[in-house]
Write a protein that binds this ligand. Structure first.
Ligand code: NAD
Length: 237
């Protein structure tokens, strides 16, 4: 008899948004949207050249604002509506495609493209418009201290208390479109497994932490995830 899960954790990475037209983190030449990852996604890179980093995220923001959720995001919407379990989504993605697909309980551990944080007063602001080195914080009125609310290499992840709770409680851990290279997110599967969860991954290529998954489903998540979700729902009926 198929197992019924009372608690499901889903970890998503850049791969789930690939079919929405957004580039994954490291293409084969080691670049992200034609930039060196260290230049645009590290705290040292930001300190060295904040104007370049602002420019990169302002451009990415425009691209992301136009992107639409794909069949994989929508399959998660269906799962959350039709499967009788607590279902949390931990995402490494800074895009807002889970929200556009009306997914619930989404935790952005690497931040969100549509937010900026003031390094002077700590205020987080919704910012779909451009942010640059001359932007004045509307909260503390200091100029030039705004940073995209993106967690750079060298910074702590967001929502980690909640994430640890999710990983401890889940009975099924599903990873979608993440290479298992960027820690600590790459270690989440290990924690979930330690606490007894079944583990499954959806990926195009072999991942760095594949030995921690009970099941591997290769292919585009927009094609492989919907039938898997249908089956899960059918088994719970
Ligand atoms: P990654 O680029 O390292 O790995 C992508 C993974 O997705 C690979 O394993 C690949 O095989 C798989 N993949 C690619 N296309 C797929 C598809 N159509 N279906 C299923 N799997 C597919 O990405 P990562 O592990 O998420 O790296 C983490 C970092 O990337 C995070 O810090 C995140 O903030 C950042 N990032 C986010 C976005 C976004 O918000 N959309 C985009 C690029 C990078």
């Amino acid at each position: 008899m198929a197992k019924i899960y009372r608690n499901i954790a889903i970890l998503t990475g850049a791969g789930i948004s690939a079919e929405s037209g957004l580039a994954t983190f490291r293409s084969s030449n080691g670049l992200w949207n034609n930039h060196k990852v260290e230049d645009v996604a590290s705290i040292e890179g930001f300190q060295h050249n904040p104007a370049l980093v602002h420019d990169f995220y302002n451009n990415l923001k425009t691209e992301i604002q136009q992107a639409k959720p794909n069949a994989a995001h929508l399959a998660l919407t269906k799962l959350q509506k039709e499967y009788p379990a607590e279902i949390n989504i931990i995402t490494q993605n800074v895009d807002t495609l889970h929200e556009k697909a009306e997914n619930q309980n989404v935790f952005h551990i690497h931040g969100q493209i549509n937010q900026a944080v003031c390094l002077n007063c700590g205020q987080v602001l919704e910012a779909w418009g451009d942010v640059d080195t001359e932007t004045v914080c509307p909260h503390c009125q200091v100029m030039g201290m705004m940073k995209p609310n993106i967690v750079f290499f060298g910074e702590n992840l967001l929502c980690m208390d909640k994430v640890e709770d999710i990983l401890r409680k889940c009975e099924l851990f599903i990873s979608i479109g993440t290479s298992g290279v960027v820690y600590p997110a790459a270690g989440f599967v290990q924690l979930a497994k330690y606490y007894g969860a079944d583990t499954v991954e959806f990926t195009l290529d072999t991942t760095a932490n594949n030995y921690l998954f009970d099941k591997h489903i290769f292919g585009k998540a927009g094609e492989t995830l919907p039938p898997y979700i249908e089956e899960l729902i059918k088994n719970a009926e």
